[in-house]
Design a protein around this ligand. Sequence first.
Ligand SMILES: [Zn+2]
Length: 185
Amino acid sequence: MHAGVRCAMNQRKELEHLCRYITRPAIANERLALNSAGQVVLTLKTPYRDGTTHIVMSPLEFMQRLAALVPRPRLNLIRFHGVLAPNAKLRAEIIPDGMKNKSKPTDANDDVPQSTTSVRISWARLLKRVFDIDIEHCPHCGGTLKIIAAILESGAITKILDHLGLPARAPPRSPAQAFELFEPT
Ligand SMILES: [Zn+2]
C-alpha cells in the first residue's frame, strides 16, 4: 500500500483526481478507438519488439480479453510474500498475537475469508491511525479525555460549529463529468 498521497477535505479537484486514479480502468481510454469498420483499435503503450504499435480486434474479442482480466469471485486480491506468506514458517513469530489463531495456513490458495472475530480496533484509534486525529488525549496537557455528552440534534450541532468557526456542512459535491468511452477515428 502506498498512502503517501493525500488531500484535504476542501481540495475537491485533487480528490477527484485521486479517485479517478485509483478507479482507473485496465486500459486508458485515450489508447482505445473504433475504426471505420467498427473494430476496436488499441494503441500499445510500448511497441512490440517486431514494431507492432496497434492491435486491431473485433469488439467481441476485445471484451473477451477484458473479461480475462477480471479476477474470479471471492478471490483474495491481497497477496503476502516472504515471512508474511500464508505458509511461511516464521509467520507466527511476526504477526500480532490476536491474529495467530485465525490465520493458520489453510491451503496454497488463501481465498478463504478471514474470520471477523478478531480484535476490534476502537473508532477512536482508527481515527488516530488513519487521519492522525487524536480524540483521546487533551491537546494541551496530554491527559486522557472522556466523552461527557453526545449531541445528536442537527440544529444544535450547526450552532456549535458556527460558533467555533468550523464548517457546519459537508463539502459540496461536484457534478460527475461524463466522457466518451470510444472516439471514432
Ligand atoms: Zn488538558
